[in-house]
Design a protein around this ligand. Structure first.
Ligand code: F6R
Length: 611
């Protein structure tokens, strides 16, 4: 994620930058930094690891003054969260902050090292500082220098660049990561998000992908990457600063549900080679994981649900035997482990005590431990590093306690792992692999199309918000989705909810069914469809109210259900990435109708560091 800000004007830039970073801190807080060009024309930089308050302390002890500057709050992607890796990065008078990930950074780094360029950090960002500095040294203006290097860099970026050679100018460029320009009187702002400068202006321009801007105190000029002038109308924003921190959403959970298309795309980004359907598992050590002949997945809560779905993916695609264990149980059941067993830990935070404990125990028993984590440099990630490694989900900072985008991106990571093992183990042909990957790449737009129909889920939520109990039913990969739907509902709305394998109903739970218990069935197209429908018919025959998530084009479903929500057609293994989204929104809107504290539900914490 990362938050970036820049100011050029007549006021002292430092307090404006720090205030802006405070409002952007939700985007990451591994480290923060500011750079100021002061009246002497020199760049002065302070950076500090950890939350912004650490940088604040440094700035109180060593104040910086100047009317042009840039700042950054980091959510580490390339390179650990250290002071050297903290932004801004400065090379030969050129200083840069960056939000995004460069895919070809290794290639570029090797090219620059061959030209005797010395690197001070492990980041992909520093590469761009070197490239721009080389252009400035050749006599180019700052905007020309930035424009000339962009064709070389592949990946996502929002850049903000300043240079001692142009002490009155900020240049910014955007590809896939957000940039807004704040228009002031004799001062201008650039930031990742509106809240960063909402104290100073309500007039904003949203840069589009492929656009650059040159900011000076009295003017802003916007061009495309070829230098053609762009005519852009500013937007006047009426948000309050508090709302804007959530990007206009009422809760972080809602915002994070809406971030899922981008999060999924980021998990896939740079990892897929379509020609031969191979996967580049950056951070994972193939020499360790490839020889395993058996896999145990361990996790807690929502991440465990992802693991249960991962079992379907890995067994079907790679024919590798998989067990899935709750980390809190795994540790106390004397599991059989050896150096041919892989222990895959799934954790958003990378700090969950039971999952971390399971990793340590498995490592001590010589299993190959590896992880799927969201938080860079977290304890589980570090523990796995010198064994099987870690596959980061790159979902961005998740603030809402109820996990949403982390779950969907864990499923993407598991799917990529299944394809990797399938190709290595010879169970997946290139053509079938390409087919799977093409379907995977459609997921972001499928999620968009579900989000666009949120209104019908609000209507369903209002109809059922007073229920005291819910049941969620599914079969195959949709059974863990039922568990996840029930967990989302209970944790944020405090309504009792249970997830069941639909085929198990008649072995006991069907006794609970009456007209007061809404039942959410997940009945998407696939091998379990007929059987699921029969189980749902049995519930209907006992007066149960049925809300069914079905695949587009299912003409039969309306006659079975009281309410239907259709999702786009994909493959059964990828269905969970879509079917969970309406369940997240259903839980969210039921909780909202009840007025609970959605982002911080009672008794819960985002990161569970006790056993
Ligand atoms: C539920 C939820 C929790 C977490 C669980 C594990 O919405 O978020 O169930 O999934 O506490 O957390 P991580 O993934 O950080 O290990």
């Amino acid at each position: 994620m990362c938050g970036i800000i820049g100011y050029v004007g007549y006021q002292n830039a430092t307090p404006i930058l720090v205030d802006g970073l405070r409002r952007l801190e939700y985007r990451g807080y591994d480290s923060a930094g500011v750079a100021i060009i002061s009246a002497d024309g020199k760049t002065h930089i302070h950076r500090a690891v950890g939350k912004l308050r650490n940088l604040d302390t440094v700035l109180r002890e060593h104040p910086l003054t100047g009317s042009l500057g840039i700042g950054h709050t980091r959510w580490a992607t390339h390179g650990r969260p250290t002071e050297e890796n903290a932004h801004p990065h400065t090379i030969d008078g050129v200083t840069i902050v960056h939000n995004g990930i460069l895919e070809n950074y290794l290639e570029l780094r090797h090219m620059l090292e061959a030209r005797d360029r010395q690197f001070r950090s492990e980041t992909d960002t520093e590469i761009m500082a070197h490239l721009i500095a080389e252009q400035i040294a050749k006599g180019h203006a700052l905007d020309e220098a930035v424009r000339s290097i962009l064709p070389q860099v592949r990946g996502t970026y929002a850049l903000v660049v300043i240079s001692e050679s142009h002490p009155n100018t900020i240049v910014t460029a955007k590809n896939a990561s957000p940039i807004v320009l704040g228009l002031g009187d004799n001062e201008n702002f650039v930031a990742s998000d509106i809240p960063a400068c909402l104290e100073y202006t309500r007039s904003f321009v949203f840069l589009e992908d492929g656009q650059m801007a040159i900011l000076r105190p009295k003017d802003i000029s916007i061009t495309d990457f070829e230098g053609n002038q762009q005519i852009v109308e500013p937007t006047t924003v009426t948000w309050s600063p508090i709302m804007a921190e959530k990007g206009g959403h009422k809760h972080f959970m809602h915002k994070e549900i809406y971030e899922q298309p981008t999060a999924v795309a980021n998990t896939i980004l740079g990892r897929v080679s379509m020609e031969d359907a191979t996967i580049h598992l950056d951070g994972v050590n193939p020499e360790h994981i490839d020889p395993i002949d058996r896999l145990i997945i361990t996790a807690c809560g929502t991440s465990w649900h992802a693991g249960l779905i991962g079992k379907f993916m890995l067994e079907h695609i790679a024919r590798i035997p998989v067990e899935v264990d709750l980390a809190s149980e795994f540790r106390y059941r004397d599991p059989i482990l050896d150096n041919k067993t892989g222990l895959l830990a799934i954790s958003q935070s990378g700090e969950t005590a039971d999952t971390l404990g399971a990793v340590k125990d498995a490592k001590a028993a010589h299993a190959v431990v590896f992880g799927i984590c969201n938080v860079i440099g977290s304890s589980i990630a570090r523990e796995c590093k010198n064994s099987g490694g870690v596959l980061y989900t790159h979902a961005g900072l998740e603030i809402g306690v109820a996990s949403t985008k982390a779950f969907v991106t864990q499923l993407v990571a598991l799917f990529l792992l299944a394809i990797h093992f399938g190709r290595k183990r010879g169970t997946l042909s290139i053509t079938d692999g390409q087919d799977h990957l093409n379907r995977l790449r459609e997921i972001p737009s499928h999620i968009e199309s579900i989000l666009a129909r949120e209104a019908s889920l609000i209507a369903i939520a209002r109809r059922y918000a007073r229920a005291k109990d819910f049941l969620f039913l599914g079969r195959g990969p949709n059974y863990p989705v039922a568990l996840e739907g029930a967990l989302k509902l209970k944790e944020i709305s405090y309504i009792h909810a249970e997830g069941y394998a639909a085929g198990e109903m008649k072995h006991g739970p069907i006794a609970l069914v009456d007209e007061h218990v809404p039942i959410v069935g997940i009945a998407t197209a696939g091998p379990s469809y007929q059987k699921t429908i029969s189980n749902l018919e049995e519930v209907r025959a006992r007066n149960g109210k049925l809300i069914i998530i079905a695949s587009e084009g299912d003409s039969r479903i309306a006659s079975v259900a009281d309410d239907v929500f259709v999702i786009p057609k994909t493959t059964p293994l990828l269905d969970p990435l879509l079917s969970v989204v309406p369940l997240q929104l259903l839980a969210y809107h039921i909780a909202d109708a009840k007025g609970t504290d959605i982002d911080q539900p009672r008794n819960l914490a985002k990161s569970v560091t006790v056993e």
